[in-house]
Design a protein around this ligand. Sequence first.
Ligand code: 9MR
Length: 568
Amino acid sequence: MQIGKPLVAQKYSSDIRLNQVGFYPAAPKIAVVVGDNFTDFLVKDPSGKAVFKGKLGPARQNQHSGKISKVADFSNLKKTGKYTIEVSGLGKSAVFEIKAKIHREVAEASLKGFYYQRASTDLPEKFAGKWARPAGHPDHKVLVHPSAVSDGRAENFVISSPKGWYDAGDYNKYIVNSGITMGTLLSLYEDFPLFFENFNTNIPENNNSIPDLLDEVIWNLRWMLTMQDPADGGVYHKLTNPRFDGMVMPDQCDKPRYVVQKNTVATLDFVAVMAQAGRILKGFENKLPGLSDSCLVAAVKGWEWAGKHPDIFYNQDEVNRKFDPDVVTGAYGDRNAADERFWAAAEMYATTGKADYLKNIDLKSGQPMTLPTWSMVHAMGYYTLIRSAERLKMEGALIDPIRNNVRRFADGLLKDIEKQPYHTVMGKTAKDYSWGSSSVAANQGIALLYSYKISKDRKYLNAALGNLDYLLGRNATTYCFLTGFGSKRVMHPHHRPSVADGIEDPVPGLLSGGPNPAQQDKCKTYTSKFADESFTDDNCSYASNEIAINWNAPMVYLAAAIEAIMEQ
Ligand code: 9MR
């Protein structure tokens, strides 16, 4: 296990940048050397013997920083083992490995990251190791906020809404962000079900003969189910403190928690998740009697509510003007429900086979696809339709434009990849470096993998792997962004347990947000303003170094899907 012990002890040059975990024997292998003065490189084995000699590629100028870099391509080295790269005049890289299943631990750890985010439960040492902690946020006595009153649930009415995952570095639980997170993890299961028959993360449900991926998802699913108002099927926006907890452990928190305003976007995200979960869990009916049906009933009720209430949006400022107490935690405000409606419709159709759900829905297949984010989930519906097309016997006229749209998007990503300073589709424009840019890289990887699935053209697979390389170290910051991995590690994420637990190593398997030149946190420790370097490994940096479930989920997807494909 890499967690807790880097492969390196010796001094190495941070100007040789590569996936710090390693490479598959038969896949492309690239390192990036920063600087203009070098021409050749060697790959050496632990005895110091050069096993590969190569020339660096032509100089590439970085569009964000102006810096020059060159690519060291050693794809032809296929022998398993531990290696370093040496560039004369510059030094050597940290040790990396070539072996089969090289990203298995990354995939397992990033799913295990969700276990560490569980609310309302203690994490015993048996499962959590040195990050064991007592339970926090039982959430069995949650108050109905005045913005959320309804028949039978007056202001301060008490409901029970336990479990779920903490959203991020904070301890609140948000339906909108749970939506895309759950959709991504459930899609991973649906795309590679066999792979998950043998994928264990040492969680308490380990031996219940349900895949650990689904056990983890069910922890959050059971919370989500409690967020639906039984009176009418609408879904609360979030379960939250009025203000963020301090940088303390979960069991130290005792502020009252509220469910706040039901709205269209949250309800449609909920519908999509319940429809998809209901479909998948049908296959586990004997082990989880009734759960699938509960999801399907909840989905239909939510769908009906959203039909009657097409435009109730969560506007935190407005809520705070009208009601007390004010709520100043994450807003996840999204004033456009068209994409959520499409996604929910696609999931309802995929689950029930009733094409009626797609009636009056704009598929937008002629318009450029946008990458999934918490506020933009159109592509989640595309992915589900692509996956389900054969089973549903969808007509070519319906599914082909969607397939083409995903491929067009992937082709756009691939354009000019050979000119990119890190030879990645990630980072072509500064727009990629938004808040949580690591999730942009991971989600681009997923779009590329769907294009690979559609076309079987390995250029998409290789580019997806390139973005995994980006996340694990082939990037302008020199960091491996997944905690617990790499030779240059993220040690100080903006993550309450990692800050407060008194343990040097942060909680493992969490994906740092990554470069974000807007620097909204105003931390003093940034050393660069260039878009691709605007990152600081400092727990003050919620804008570049927080962790979040909607970023971890595509990381799990990318690493696990690539592992599954490489094993085939
Ligand atoms: O990921 C969210 C990002 O897109 C927004 O720009 C940002 C500011 O509103 O909020 C991010 O989400 C945070 C959420 O509001 C609260 N929990 C932590 C999330 C990650 O930073």
